[in-house]
Structures are given as structure tokens and as C-alpha cells.
Design a protein around this ligand. Structure first.
Ligand SMILES: Cc1ncc(COP(=O)(O)O)c(C=O)c1O
Length: 412
């Protein structure tokens, strides 16, 4: 241990977060479908017909929930939504064609012009742009607050309509104390939304901690194979109705039946994959904090906090390179880790903050929140963990040598 950091494992009682019957049922136990199929059929149909005038009328009056039109709902998508609702201990869920579809629909269902939104710092960059750009255009006031500072949160919640959380947050992996925040927000009648993508629906259950609405970029762990872009929101029936009645039909970002089928398939292995991600991620982190080329690691298992909502650890984290390590050489030297955005699939990925801070983008959250350009975001996938470690080791060595070489060349 070089940097005074240690890896703290969650207690054994917490480990049962992944050994839960309700979760098992949601992940695995599908009723048999047509012809005894164990996997639901893909209802590749834009519309669904009615056998009589009366049946159509009943549907239009809202007296039945029969499938009508796939922009509004589709039976394959419904299977996915019900599984997520069960996993998140929610009354209902609604799925979208991206995580941003879930985020924008959830936020817009709760606010109107003149309202104030409080959001934690280091929120996912496109959520930041949505709030700073689009929401402000509709005269919605947005304030960013340190998600670890309960006093500052309590102050900002006064007069607010919505508090948007992401725990752990992007880049810094800082957790928020969900139950404490849930109480503060309820006292002020502020609705809380949380992006729970990092933990997956298995490793954190925010609705059981007093948070009102939970959402995911299902493009990540839920899909698990980097072949789908999708999102989902889970909450009380009243909150889901606000989305389905007033927002989602008009923004039109509903999930398709094909994508839903891929996500249902992804869910079947979610538990196994998350266990492996946790194990591989912690193994790599334990080695990195022992490494002189690394200044600090940012991951909930390493950064001390009194938050207790995580039931397991995701494998996305960041670390700061020591001054003598060249960021570009390190990235180019990697052989298994690939330079790429997103995460949650099989393959391990890396993003240097330097490239993000330098990008030409309106409302650059990494720049605005002061992310160090020596930070590297690492996603540990499902490849052999020894090979992954060897890859990181050789890239760190290569980046160190090249800097020393450059210095000695300069002196010559
Ligand atoms: C934490 C987090 N939330 C939301 C999103 C947006 O999801 P999507 O790309 O599915 O729209 C991402 C995407 O990387 C993310 O990392």
C-alpha cells in the first residue's frame, strides 16, 4: 500500500444482496410463452388490433391495458419493464431507447418552467448538458451541489422541486448517503431521482432507501454485451403514470421489442456477471493502490464514506497517474484495455480525462467540475484478470520509461 489507501470489502451480511429470491425470480423465472418457449417472443409489430369496436373503445377509455401501438407499449418491452420493476422493488417501470431517454423523460415528468432542480456535482456529462442547456432554455433553474455535503444539500433543497442524484457519481465515484438525503428531501417535498447504472439493480436498491425514482442506462451492466443502447425508469405507479401520460408518448423515445429481448437475455446472466465484475475490479484496484505509478484510486471500496446503500461493487473507477507517467503513452501502450466510451460489457475500456477536458463541447462537466487531467477512467470487463493486470503493468512501465527517456534526451 503506497498511497495510504486500502480496499474495504462489504461485510458478509451485505453479500446476500446478490443472493435474493425476489431478484432470482425477476432475473430467471419467466412463465413459459407460446409453444412453451423459455424466452419471450419478439413482438415485431408496430400496432395491435382489436377484435371488436367495444374492445377498442375500452382500451381508448383506459379501462384495459391491451397492447395498442409500440411507441406507447409492446408486450416484449413489457416483460423487460416488469423484471426491472421487481428488481428495483418498484410498482412499475418504463423502458426507453437510451439511458438519456430515461433521464430526460424522468426529469421532464417532474418539473415545469420556473422550478428549481438541485443536482449533484460530477453527474454524467450528458445529464449535465441536458440540465445546463435544455432545461435552462425552459427557465428551469439548476443548482449543483457536493453530493457528500448534507448541510449544503439541506440548504439547496429549500424551494426546490427535484433533487437529481447519481451514486457513485461519474469520474470521482463519490457516493451519496441515500437514506439521509431521502429524509431531507421528503421534509421539503422535493422529489428525488437517482441514476443507479453503476451498481446495477442488484447492488443498490435506492427505492428501499427512500429515493423516489430510480433509473438506469441499460446500455451498461443490464445489457452486458455492448450491443444495445437502452434505458429504464422504475418508481411508484403514480410517478410512472406521470411519464406515460404526459411525457413519453410525445418525446417518442420508447424501447423497441428487439432491444428489449436483448436486455431480457442480458438479465439472465446479470448476477453472475456482477459477481465477476466485483471480484476482478477489486483485484485490479488492490494492485493499483500498491503501485508507485499511481497517486490515488477513486472507487467506493477505497474512498472512505459512511454511506451504506451498496450491496456490492461495480468495476468502473478512476485513478490518478503519478506526475512522471505520461497519459498518452500509457493509453497507447495498452493492449487489452481499449480506448472507448461507455462500459458494462465484456471488454475492458479506458478513457483519459485529458481527452475529455480538452474536447470541444458546450457545457463540459469534466472541465467545469475541475476533473484532474491526470485521471484515467478504467472499466474492468470480463477478460482474464491476470492478463488485464499484466496489460496495465506493462503500460504503466512503458509510460514511465518514455518520460524518463524524454528527460534524459533533453539533458543530452
Ligand atoms: C452513469 C451514466 N448514466 C447515463 C448514461 C447515458 O446512457 P445512454 O448512453 O444509454 O443514453 C451513461 C452513459 O455512459 C452513464 O455512464
Amino acid at each position: 500500500m503506497i498511497n495510504n489507501q486500502t480496499v474495504s470489502l462489504l461485510g458478509p451480511s451485505n453479500e446476500c444482496g446478490v443472493d435474493n429470491n425476489i431478484d432470482d425470480n425477476a432475473l430467471l423465472c419467466d412463465p413459459l410463452h407460446h409453444n412453451g418457449a423459455v424466452s419471450p417472443p419478439i413482438y415485431q409489430s408496430s400496432l395491435f388490433t382489436f377484435s371488436s369496436y367495444q374492445q377498442m373503445l375500452n382500451r381508448f377509455r383506459g379501462e384495459t391495458k391491451d397492447a395498442l401501438y409500440s411507441r406507447v407499449g409492446n408486450p416484449t418491452v413489457r416483460v423487460f419493464e416488469q423484471k426491472i420493476a421487481q428488481l428495483e422493488r418498484a410498482e412499475d417501470a418504463i423502458a426507453f431507447s437510451s439511458g438519456m431517454g430515461a433521464i430526460s423523460n424522468a426529469i421532464l415528468s417532474q418539473v415545469q418552467s420556473g422550478d428549481k432542480i438541485v443536482c449533484i456535482k460530477h453527474v454524467y456529462p450528458d445529464t449535465y448538458r441536458f440540465l445546463k442547456g435544455l432545461c435552462k432554455r425552459f427557465s428551469i433553474k439548476v443548482v449543483f451541489v457536493d453530493g457528500g455535503d448534507l448541510e449544503a444539500i439541506a440548504r439547496e433543497l429549500v424551494g426546490a422541486r427535484l433533487f437529481y442524484l447519481e451514486s457513485p457519481n461519474s469520474w470521482m465515484m463519490q457516493q451519496q448517503h441515500l437514506s439521509a438525503i431521502g429524509k431531507l428531501a421528503k421534509a421539503q417535498q422535493v422529489t428525488t431521482i437517482i441514476d443507479n447504472s453503476w451498481a446495477s439493480p442488484l447492488f443498490q436498491k435506492p427505492l428501499t432507501q427512500g429515493i423516489d425514482i430510480v433509473l438506469h442506462s441499460a446500455s451498461k451492466y443490464i445489457s452486458g454485451h455492448s450491443d444495445t443502447v437502452a434505458g429504464v425508469v422504475a418508481s411508484s405507479q403514480a410517478n410512472i403514470d406521470l411519464i406515460t401520460r404526459h411525457v413519453s408518448p410525445y418525446l417518442g423515445a420508447k424501447l423497441s421489442a428487439n432491444e428489449a429481448w436483448l436486455l431480457i437475455r442480458g438479465l439472465r446472466t446479470l448476477k453472475l456477471r456482477m459477481k465477476q465484475h466485483q471480484q476482478s475490479g477489486l483485484e485490479i484496484i488492490a494492485k493499483l493502490i500498491d503501485c508507485k505509478q499511481v497517486k490515488r484510486v477513486f472507487h467506493p471500496a477505497v474512498v472512505p464514506s459512511n454511506c451504506d446503500s451498496l450491496l456490492g461493487y461495480g468495476s468502473l473507477f478512476s485513478f490518478e497517474l503519478a506526475d512522471e507517467i505520461q497519459v498518452e503513452t500509457f493509453c497507447n501502450a495498452l493492449r487489452i484495455f481499449q480506448l472507448g466510451v461507455s462500459w458494462g460489457g465484456y471488454e475492458s475500456l479506458v478513457i483519459p480525462a485529458q481527452a475529455v477536458v480538452d474536447q470541444e463541447a458546450e457545457f463540459n462537466s469534466a472541465k467545469d467540475f475541475g476533473v484532474s487531467s491526470r485521471l484515467i477512467r478504467l472499466y474492468v470487463g470480463l477478460e482474464n484478470v491476470q492478463e488485464l493486470w499484466r496489460d496495465l503493468q506493462q503500460a504503466l512501465m512503458a509510460a514511465q520509461t518514455s518520460r524518463t527517456d524524454a528527460a534524459s534526451t533533453d539533458q543530452a
